[in-house]
Design a protein around this ligand. Structure first.
Ligand code: PHE
Length: 357
């Protein structure tokens, strides 16, 4: 019996997997195993012999069975450890090895300026990018013969023969949204309208499609001083500086009277664009007091209401703020450029948390 015990406990200790254990179980304590055969021999024994051998065989059987289940548990633990080791996964790793996309500087600048004008009480309005020429020109005091129509290098939509609808254009500025917003909301009104505009023009600072944000404030007591203050506050907040040098140049637009174009001081040394220093100026916006004819075209009484309007080049702002020297690259869809100049998707600009971290 001691031989049997030594043999099977040794085999159990050496067993490498569950199949080996099962084979040992069958050979040792199975129905036809060695212990069962020994138990059958009990019948041939004398009662005295049987009294000793019976309990001893039962004890051997129990000992082998508990060695089997202890080893089985140990094998299962080892198998689990091995699985945990080989299937190990670091869930804190980033989902992708490198950042794939980014927020385009124009989108970033648009979010930033929307946040600033929201603080100044302006809500966002939108209008169609394909306009009929009444909204884009006539309602803005630019009649058919007016030289401004030619100056704007307008893209006209193709018209089929016999089509008598008013001609449509790719809007040359965001100013038609002034008219649409006045028609819709009446006065008083304070809106900005960011969006794409089109002109046939192409060089380092001009592309056939670019972005403007229109601003419009109409009320009973609005002057040029309000316009100047709003623009200065905006520019300081946008460039995140205490002071920016602006140059207000007397100008002319058919839809404002008086009118001013605004330039910002900058330098272009070695192709590097910097704001606030140097001897160059970059025009970033047109502005003025809304012409009474324009207020009337929007369905508001110009005897009672007046206001200011401006149109700012968003791409220009982004170039200046982020030191991007060539506007054409904005529209090349080059992922390397976007990775360099782009912004993290989850950073929402606001004045309290910071506009551009
Ligand atoms: N619409 C003008 C432009 O595109 C800008 C502007 C807007 C000027 C509003 C005055 C008032 O150049």
């Amino acid at each position: 019996m001691d031989d049997l015990k030594g043999k099977y406990l040794g085999q159990i200790a050496d067993a490498g997997d569950e199949n080996a254990l099962e084979a040992i179980r069958v050979a040792a304590v199975g129905k036809k195993g060695e212990v069962a055969l020994k138990m059958r021999e009990l019948g041939k024994m004398t009662p005295e012999e049987r009294q000793v051998a019976g309990p001893a065989l039962n004890a051997l059987k129990d000992e082998i069975n508990s060695a089997l289940s202890a080893k089985k548990a140990a094998l299962a633990d080892a198998a689990l450890d091995e699985r945990l080791r080989t299937e190990w996964l670091d869930v804190t790793l980033p989902t992708r090895a490198r950042r794939q996309g980014a927020i385009h500087p124009v989108s970033q600048a648009t979010e930033e300026l929307t946040a600033i004008f929201a603080e100044l009480g302006f809500s966002v309005a939108e209008g169609p990018w394909i306009e009929d020429d009444w909204y884009n020109f006539d309602a803005l005091n630019i009649p058919g013969h007016h030289p401004a129509r030619a100056e704007m290098d307008t893209f006209y939509m193709h018209r089929a023969e016999g089509d008598n609808r008013p001609p449509h254009v790719l809007r040359t500025h965001t100013s038609p949204v002034q008219i649409r917003s006045m028609e819709k909301q009446g006065a008083p009104i304070r809106i900005i309208c960011p969006g794409g505009v089109y002109r046939a023009d192409y060089d380092q600072t001009h592309t056939p499609m670019f972005h403007q944000v229109e601003g419009l404030a109409i009320d009973k007591d609005i002057s040029m001083a309000n316009l100047k203050w709003v623009l200065e506050e905006f520019v300081k907040a946008f460039f995140e500086v205490d002071d920016v040098e602006l140059r207000f140049r007397a100008s002319h637009f058919p839809f404002t009277e008086p009118s001013a174009e605004v330039d910002i001081r900058c330098s272009w040394d070695n192709g590097q664009l910097k704001i606030g220093e140097g001897d160059d100026w970059m025009e970033i916006l047109g502005s003025g007091m809304v012409h009474p004819k324009v207020i009337a075209a929007g369905g508001i009484d110009p005897e009672v209401y007046q206001g200011f309007a401006f149109g700012i080049g968003i791409d220009r702002l982004a170039m200046l703020k982020y030191g991007i020297p060539d506007l054409r690259a904005f529209f090349d869809s080059d992922l390397r450029w976007l990775r360099h100049y782009g912004f993290a998707a989850l950073d929402m600009p606001n004045l309290h948390g910071g506009l551009s971290r």
